[in-house]
Design a protein around this ligand. Structure first.
Ligand code: BES
Ligand code: MN
Ligand code: ZN
Length: 495
C-alpha cells in the first residue's frame, strides 16, 4: 500500500472511498469535522444517510454507505470537551477502517486529523490496518489484497513532513516484525533470521553487526543458548547490533528472546499450545526492528540490540530435564523444565549485554503463558529491578497507546527457584502455577547486576493475535513493543 497526504479537499478523486469519523452522543452519531471541511452538500448527504442506519458512533464501529463512490463511517466513541479524542482511539479506528477496505483500490481518510499527532496516529493506524501476510499463498489463493492506496486529509498547518516520515519509519519496522513472526518455522530458524539481519543491516560507521555461530558461541561461553538449541538440526545464533550516534550520552541495551519455534523440547508442549509457537522469536524481531527505526530516525542515543536465537526441539541430542548449563556470566542453571527455555537463552543474552555496560537494559520476551492468565491476551507485563525504570517504560507505553501493565517481582518468586544442584533452577522443583510471570522475571533478575537498571517486558499475551482482529491488528504477529521502545528512546536521546 502506498500512502500520501492531501491538503486540499478539492483534489478528492471521484472514485475513492471516503473515510469519515463520528462521535457517539446521546442524540446519535455526530459528524466530526475533518482537518479540511469538504463541501456542505456532501457532508449533509452523509449525515442524512447515516441517520437511516443503526450506526451509533461507538469506538471502532463501522458503517458503509453506498453513496458517492462509497463512504465508510467509523466510530470514535464519546468525544466531549472534558473527554477529548484519544490518539489510540483514532489509531485503532483508522486501522479498523483500513482493514475493512480489503480489495479497494483507493481511500481518502478524512478523519479529524487537526493536529500533527493526530495525523501521525492515522498514518500508523492505516499502515498497520492495511497490513496482510500473503507470502505463502499462491497466486490463485491470494484473494484481493489489502487497500492499495490511501491518502490522509491533513490541514496545511499540520503537514509536518518529519512527523509523517517518522510514522512511516515506525510502521515499517512494525510490519517487518510481523513478517518475521508470521514466517513459518520451516522458513524462519536461527540461520535465516541471521541472514535477514545480514541482508538488511549493512555495517557502516554508526553500525556494528556481529553474528555468532556455534564455534564462537561455545568459545565465548553461551552455554544456556547452546543447551536450548542442541536438540535441533538448526543451530543457534547470537546477534549483536550496535548503533552509535555521535554525541550520544545514553546507552540503551535491548535484549530479545528469539526462539524460532518452541516445541517445549523434552518437556514437550501439548499440540494445542504448540501451533502458535512460531511467535516465540517476537522479542528478537522487536529489538532488531526497534534499532532499525531508531537508526533511521537518526536519534542521538546509543542502542545495542541482542537477539538470542535457537529452535527448541526434542531429539536424541536435546537437553534433558535436570541437565546443568553454565551461562555467559558464569552462573550455573539446573534445567528442570526444557519448556522454560526463554529464560535460559535470555540468561546468556543479559550477561552479554551487561558486559557492554549500558545505562539501561530492556528485554522483550514471549516468556510465559502465565502472563496471559494474569493480564489477558492483549496486555504485556512490565517488571524491573528498579521501580523508576519500570515506570518510565510504563509511561512510554501509555503515551503511545500500547497496552502494558506494571507488575512486581515478589521475593517468594525467587525462592521457588532454589536448586539443590546448581546456582539456580529454571522452574520450581514442585510445579507452582502461581504468579508464573513474576517467577520468570525473578529468574532473569539474577542475571543482571543489581546496579544496572533493567526492565523485563513479557509480551507473550499481545505478540501474536490468534483471536478476532482488533484495531489495527489482524491475525498473527502484532509488532507490539516497537512503538513504546522508539518513544522511550526519543525521550532518552539527546536533542
Ligand atoms: N514460549 C512459551 C510462553 C508462551 C506461551 C508464549 C503462550 C506465547 C504464548 C515459553 O517458553 C513457555 O513455554 N513457558 C512455560 C514456562 C513454564 C514451563 C514455567 C509456560 O508458560 O508454560
Ligand atoms: Mn517454552
Ligand atoms: Zn518459549
Amino acid at each position: 500500500m502506498s500512502i500520501t497526504r492531501l491538503t486540499d479537499s478539492k483534489n478528492i478523486s471521484a472514485n475513492e472511498v471516503l473515510v469519515v469519523g463520528f462521535a457517539q452522543t446521546d442524540n446519535g452519531p455526530e459528524f466530526l469535522e475533518p482537518a479540511i471541511s469538504f463541501e456542505a452538500a456532501s457532508k449533509n448527504e452523509i449525515i442524512e444517510a447515516i441517520k437511516l442506519t443503526d450506526f451509533s458512533g461507538k469506538k471502532s464501529e463501522l458503517a458503509y454507505l453506498t453513496i458517492k463512490s462509497g463512504v465508510l463511517c467509523v466510530g470514535l466513541g464519546k468525544v466531549t470537551k472534558t473527554q477529548p479524542l484519544e490518539m489510540e482511539t483514532l489509531r485503532r479506528a483508522s486501522g479498523v477502517a483500513a482493514r475493512s477496505l480489503v480489495g479497494k483500490s483507493s481511500a481518502l481518510f478524512a478523519l479529524p486529523t487537526n493536529t500533527t499527532v493526530a495525523a501521525h496516529a492515522v498514518t500508523i493506524g492505516v499502515e498497520l490496518g492495511a497490513y496482510s501476510f500473503t507470502e505463502f499463498k499462491t497466486k490463485n489463493e491470494k484473494t484481493s489484497e489489502t487497500l492499495k492506496q490511501a491518502s490522509i486529509l491533513v490541514h496545511d498547518q499540520f503537514v509536518n513532513k518529519a512527523s509523517f516520515q517518522e510514522a512511516q519509519i515506525i510502521a515499517e519496522s512494525i510490519k517487518n516484525v510481523r513478517n518475521l513472526v508470521n514466517t513459518p518455522p520451516s522458513h524462519m530458524y536461527p540461520e535465516t533470521f541471521a541472514s535477514y539481519v545480514k541482508k538488511t543491516f549493512k555495517k557502516n560507521s554508526k553500525l556494528t553487526v556481529e553474528i555468532l555461530e556455534e564455534k564462537a558461541l561455545k568459545k565465548q561461553g553461551f552455554g544456556a543458548l547452546i543447551g536450548v538449541g542442541q536438540g535441533s538440526i538448526n543451530p543457534p545464533r547470537f546477534i549483536r547490533l550496535a548503533y552509535k550516534s555521535r554525541g550520544a550520552d545514553f546507552h540503551l541495551a535491548l535484549v530479545g528472546k528469539g526462539i524460532t519455534f518452541d516445541t517445549g523440547g523434552i518437556s514437550l508442549k501439548p499440540p494445542s499450545s504448540m501451533h502458535t509457537m512460531k511467535c516465540d522469536m517476537a522479542g528478537a524481531a522487536t529489538v532488531v526492528e526497534t534499532l532499525r527505526a531508531i537508526m533511521d530516525l537518526d536519534l542521538k542515543i546509543n542502542v545495542t540490540a541482542y537477539a538470542a536465537l535457537a529452535e527448541n526441539m526434542p531429539s536424541a541430542s536435546a537437553q534433558r530435564p535436570s541437565d546443568v548449563v553454565t551461562t555467559f556470566g558464569g552462573k550455573t542453571i539446573e534445567v528442570l523444565n526444557t519448556d522454560a527455555e526463554g529464560r535460559l537463552v535470555l540468561a546468556d543474552a543479559l550477561g552479554r549485554a551487561q558486559k557492554d555496560k549500558p545505562d539501561l537494559i530492556i528485554d522483550l520476551a514471549t516468556l510465559t503463558g502465565a502472563a496471559t492468565v494474569a493480564l489477558g491476551s492483549r496486555t504485556a507485563g512490565i517488571m524491573a529491578n528498579k521501580d523508576d525504570a519500570r515506570d518510565q517504560v510504563f509511561a512510554s507505553a501509555k503515551e503511545v497507546g500500547e497496552a502494558m501493565w506494571p507488575m512486581q517481582i515478589p521475593e517468594e518468586s525467587r525462592t521457588i527457584l532454589d536448586s539443590k544442584t546448581a546456582d539456580i533452577a529454571n522452574v520450581g522443583f514442585t510445579p507452582n502455577p502461581a504468579g508464573g510471570m513474576m517467577v520468570g522475571a525473578a529468574f532473569l533478575q539474577e542475571f543482571v547486576d543489581e546496579k544496572t537498571p533493567w526492565v523485563h517486558i513479557d509480551i507473550a499475551p499481545p505478540a501474536f493475535n490468534e483471536g478476532a482482529p482488533y484495531g489495527y491488528n489482524g491475525f498473527g504477529g502484532t509488532g507490539v513493543g516497537v512503538r513504546t521502545l522508539v518513544h522511550l528512546a526519543q525521550k532518552l536521546a539527546k536533542n
